[in-house]
Design a binder for this molecule. Structure first.
Ligand SMILES: Cc1ncc(COP(=O)(O)O)c(C=O)c1O
Length: 460
């Protein structure tokens, strides 16, 4: 019995475990320390953090510069009401303006990606009234509250809908999911039909105010669009007077190699939301950044929105330090070198294992799509299995890796291969050795094949 056993029981008895059946929230691992790309449990066992926790600990754990900035702010001023100005908020604005895409000059600070998207939806619906409809895509996650859950394509929306905890007026557009393209039967030569269909949808629906997209889809598959996709979406939005919201909560903060993922295609959204990596996950900080076109409406209209912890000084204090650390890291050239290495290694590893159907991603943002049959692309599990709480092959593989000291999240069909941006080539090797062995579990139930692994990603 460890010193924490009784306390963990008390913790789980008195708190809700997130996204879990509560009888499964009984014995979470106790984490007592973390440094760099590693974290440690109460028994001293070390784990490689190969998902950057929830794809947010981009700068690794225990970054001294960020910790120092938070300490200084904590000693000075932790909190005042958002109606006051603080040095922390002013410094965060300065730092943000040095890195945000030019043209998104007006911002709202909150504390989670969900809140950032809620604010975006309110800004859209207030400023575009009477248009109110929002398009999203099936492979997406935008947050846990009724508006953001309504815009979510993954099975978490199904739960929210059953509980009547979603808003109306959201429609789902086709995904740019090339591995399982919904248009491949009708348009075998890709004509970016997934983007073109938006124009048809907008005209048929009427009252469309905005489309919300993850520039590179995060939780739901690390899906990188064809290079023509976002320039075409931008054009369709402009022609139809529809706002484009880029949810960069997960894809932002250099995860894809550029500060924000939309920059890979030189596309400027009207609204950008972000959180997670903004503070390197050292404080809860989120941001909704908008163009003048959206901001100007509120000059003489009420911005009917706010939170007690909006512009929280302690939360904001981590942001300038994190931005400075990102810039230093990318000036060193390490992440650029390692991301190319990571890609080559992942492709080779995927090729070796029959249970890997597709290897896709960009930067430090990768997925293995796990399949039963690489030739037919038959999956082991589908969305409904997640909803039903069925055992998942991806979870079996991730469980085996965890036993051997490699932590990675698993979605119903993919493994989340998204290490901190500070990872070295030697550490990639260490992680992939463990993953190599764990994938044998999938291979045992997968069909043996000569079909090469798919690369549905459009880079390199
Ligand atoms: C793309 C995207 N949007 C929004 C959210 C919600 O952010 P949060 O969990 O901070 O509320 C997430 C969380 O994973 C996300 O990946």
């Amino acid at each position: 019995m460890t010193q924490f056993e009784d306390k963990v029981k008390e913790l789980t008895a008195h708190t809700f475990g997130t996204w879990n059946r509560q009888n499964a929230w009984s014995n979470p691992m106790v984490i007592t320390d973390a440094e760099g790309i590693y974290f440690y449990n109460d028994k001293g066992k070390r784990y490689i953090d190969f998902s950057s926790q929830l794809i947010c600990s981009n700068l690794g754990h225990k970054n001294p510069a960020i910790i120092e900035a938070i300490k200084k702010q904590a000693e000075k001023l932790c909190y005042v009401a958002p109606a006051f100005a603080t040095e922390a908020a002013m410094e965060a604005v300065d730092a943000l303006n040095s890195i945000l895409p030019k043209g998104l000059g007006k911002q709202f600070f909150s504390t989670s990606g969900t809140e950032a998207n809620e604010a975006a939806i309110k800004l859209v619906r207030q400023s575009k009234a009477p248009a109110y409809k929002i398009f999203s895509r099936y492979h997406s996650y935008h947050g846990a509250t009724p508006s953001s859950a309504a815009c979510t394509g993954d099975p978490r929306r199904w739960y929210s809908e059953r509980a009547r905890c979603t808003i109306d007026g959201v429609r789902f557009a086709p995904d740019n999911y090339c591995y399982r393209c919904p248009f491949s039967m009708t348009y075998p030569d890709c004509n970016i039909q997934c983007a073109r269909y938006l124009d048809y949808m907008i005209k048929e629906e009427g009252n469309v105010a905005a489309i919300i997209v993850e520039p590179v889809v995060g939780t739901n598959g690390r899906i990188v669009p064809p290079p023509e996709y976002f320039p075409l979406v931008r054009k369709i939005c402009d022609e139809n007077d529809v706002l484009l919201i880029a949810d960069e909560v997960m894809s932002g903060w250099y995860r894809t190699g550029t500060p924000f993922a939309m920059e890979n295609w030189d596309v400027l959204p009207d609204i950008m939301t972000t959180a997670k990596g903004a503070s390197g996950a050292y404080t809860p900080f989120a941001l909704t950044a908008v163009s003048d076109k959206v901001a100007d409406f509120f000059d003489d209209h009420l911005f009917c929105h706010g939170h007690t912890y909006a512009y929280h000084a302690l939360a904001a204090s981590a942001v300038p330090a994190a931005i400075s650390e990102y810039k230093k890291l990318f000036d060193s050239g390490l992440p650029q070198k390692v991301s190319a290495y990571l890609e080559d290694k992942l492709v080779a590893l995927g090729e070796k294992h029959n249970c890997v159907g597709d290897v896709r991603g960009i930067g430090h943002f990768w997925a293995f799509e796990i399949v039963k049959d690489r030739k037919t692309r038959q999956p082991f599990n589908v969305k409904a299995d997640k909803l039903a709480g069925k055992p998942l092959m991806t979870a079996k593989i991730a469980g085996k890796a965890m036993e051997n000291g490699l932590f990675m999240f698993a979605w119903y069909d993919t493994l989340v291969l998204t290490p901190p941006l500070i990872i070295t080539e030697a550490q990639v090797d260490e992680a992939l050795d463990i993953l190599d062995k764990a994938l044998e579990i999938g291979d045992q139930e997968a069909v043996e094949t000569n079909t090469p692994v798919s690369r549905s990603c459009h880079y390199r």
